[in-house]
Design a protein around this ligand. Structure first.
Ligand SMILES: Cc1ncc(COP(=O)(O)O)c(C=O)c1O
Length: 413
């Protein structure tokens, strides 16, 4: 057998890189590339910028199309300089699954549950950890509702970076255990994710570790951006009419919006943009409240509570970027209650055989509500993000039991 048969060229070949600098997302102030960065001086997320004209001259969309389909096919649009820095666990292109019965005939679910560690957090964390490794970080801490911590633990352990992970006490048990199993030191904290973040920030200020909170380092968003790049390629460079995204910290929504701009600047897509729908749970909907009030920044949501732990984020550092993308796109921020979330998970599983996570259920519930309210036309093409595998979450009991030694009425099974 040819021993090189399984080589993924995206992981073995050196490729040209095009990062020029980073930029404050609020003020536009410039920062140097190839350095460790946190927030900007203005306390806002930094965005990575590329020489898109140079990239356009050097490679064509067909070059990308000819490569293996995983996340690293997008290398020229990513910040990693050295191929040997990459810490991969197999970041596959996730499929688009039709759900004609629980959604509709124009609905596709981008099923991110198939990624390493079972969630889309792998996209952001593979990039952030790879960059941390490239830039010499040895210790990282993070507040997490579960999935991000699991992805951090896996990638960091793989390349020998130590991790400390703090979870709100209501984080699903499986998440806390998978974080521990994958080599992090994990703690439950009697508070919400931003309160865990305050502890992480304090340790970072004391020089104990590097702070990996959502959007407080610039590279996670570049990993999440690949959802938008991938979607464009999968749909033959024509974006859908609407995207429904479960929004906590909003990295993915902001990342996709950035991806679409970069693709248009490269001439790989036209000017058509999807309407972006930021979906939150009614029990924690700071972005929805800010959207409805027409304001630029969101107030903290007090007493946040929802079954969809991933979107239980009372205060997002990137609130203004989420709101900006949603408004520019002509979309909206929408809230759905927990009963609707659980009913949607149930319906997708029973009717279409697709086990969504609760956040994915929130998105499906919001989509169906939006169709009923006339916000979205059922004839339009919509893409819904299911961001984690439904297998990570508690499922309804199934406790039928048969005594094989007794009489069994087979017609009743
Ligand atoms: C399953 C799931 N969906 C959605 C989110 C929210 O993602 P974002 O921070 O990109 O808004 C999370 C974040 O923890 C999650 O775990």
């Amino acid at each position: 057998m040819n021993r090189n048969h399984f080589v993924n060229h995206n992981l073995s070949e050196d490729r040209q890189t095009f990062v020029t600098h980073l930029e404050c997302s609020l003020t536009g102030e410039r920062y140097e590339a190839d350095q460790l960065h946190r927030l900007s001086w203005a306390g806002r997320p930094l965005l990575v910028r590329y020489d898109l004209d140079g990239l356009k001259q050097s490679i064509q969309r067909q070059t990308i199309e000819a490569r293996e389909t995983d996340l690293w096919r997008w290398r020229e649009l990513l910040p990693v300089r050295k191929t040997q820095s990459i810490v991969s666990l197999g970041e596959i292109e996730t499929p688009l699954i039709p759900i004609p019965r629980s959604g509709g005939r124009n609905v596709l679910v981008k099923d991110e549950g198939r990624l390493p560690t079972g969630s889309f957090k792998a996209r952001g964390l593979v990039m952030a950890v790879t960059m941390a490794r490239e830039l010499g970080v040895t210790r990282i801490a993070m507040p997490t509702n579960g999935n991000a911590g699991a992805a951090l633990a896996a990638y960091a352990s793989r390349c020998g970076i130590e991790t400390v992970v703090l979870c709100p006490e209501e984080t699903p048990e499986v998440n806390v255990r998978e974080i521990a199993q994958q080599g992090a030191r994990v703690w439950r904290v009697n508070g919400q994710i931003d309160e865990c973040g305050a502890i992480v920030g304090k340790g970072a200020a004391e020089g104990l570790w590097f702070d990996f909170s959502t959007l407080k380092e610039p590279y996670r968003i570049e990993g999440k951006k690949t959802m938008g790049l991938e979607l464009a390629a999968q749909l033959e460079w024509e974006l859908p009419d609407a995207i429904f995204y479960p929004t906590g910290g909003g990295t993915g929504l902001i990342g996709m919006w950035k991806a679409f701009d970069e693709l248009e600047r490269l001439g790989w897509i036209g000017s058509k943009r999807p309407r972006m729908y930021a979906v939150q749970a009614a029990g924690c909907a700071p972005i929805v409240r800010a959207f409805d009030a027409g304001v630029e920044f969101a107030e903290r949501w007090e007493d946040a509570a929802t079954v969809a732990a991933g979107i239980r984020v009372p205060k997002a550092v990137g609130d203004f970027l989420i709101l900006r993308a949603v408004r520019e796109s002509g979309g909206r921020a929408l809230a759905v209650g927990d009963p609707a979330i659980l009913a949607a998970v149930d319906e997708a599983a029973r009717k279409d055989g697709l086990l969504l996570c609760p956040e994915g259920g929130a998105v499906l519930a919001a989509y169906n509500q939006a169709v009923r309210d006339g916000i979205v036309d059922a004839e339009e093409r919509a893409v819904l993000f299911n961001c984690a595998t439904g297998l990570k979450y508690p499922l309804p009991p199934a406790d039928n039991w048969l005594d094989r030694n007794g009489a069994i009425d087979l017609t009743q099974l």
